[in-house]
Design a protein. Sequence first.
Length: 142
Amino acid sequence: MMSKQAGDGGFGVIEVIIAMVLLAIIAAALLPLLWHGVVLSSQQSTTATATRHLNALVEQARANPTCDDLVDLATSPPTVEDGKGIELSVTASLTNAGGAAITQSICDGATPPEAEVLTLTLAVAKPGNSVVAATTALVYVP
């Protein structure tokens, strides 16, 4: 008969299987948390893309603040795609200090607007019209 020696101690197969089952249960419990983190990261990426696009449009408007360029930006703002390839739509409006909309016909009129501060309002929305980011900027038109 064989007797146990001092060096024969260790983990048996049953102990190893129990440890693996416990680790699997813990991993399964953490999986929803990890998935939620991935979803939130994706949403934040879309918001960051929209915000960067709005900042670029405002800088573009301030870099070349002519009536014609601002009206072009307000009537046909460029679209942008987020990291997932979803096209985000941009809406824009241009108003004067009194809240009246500035249109191409006003810029082309016999008396174009004199130097004033115009309000450029921009918003980026996902398909389904859920607004991701919005901003309002004052632009001085000399």
